[in-house]
Design a protein around this ligand. Structure first.
Ligand SMILES: [Zn+2]
Length: 44
């Protein structure tokens, strides 16, 4: 299951079991890239 960092928007595939962190920026809030992209605000 892939994740997307909410900070740098990079796709993160390497995840520990109970520790989710972006390897690029170190941000610890990732959204599951599965059904929907969390709360993606449409930029009109
Ligand atoms: Zn990141």
């Amino acid at each position: 299951m892939a994740y997307v960092c909410l900070h740098c928007k990079k796709e993160v595939k390497q995840l520990e079991r109970n520790f989710v962190r972006c390897p690029y920026c170190g941000y610890r809030v990732l959204a599951k890239k599965r059904s929907s992209l969390a709360k993606e605000v449409p930029s009109s």
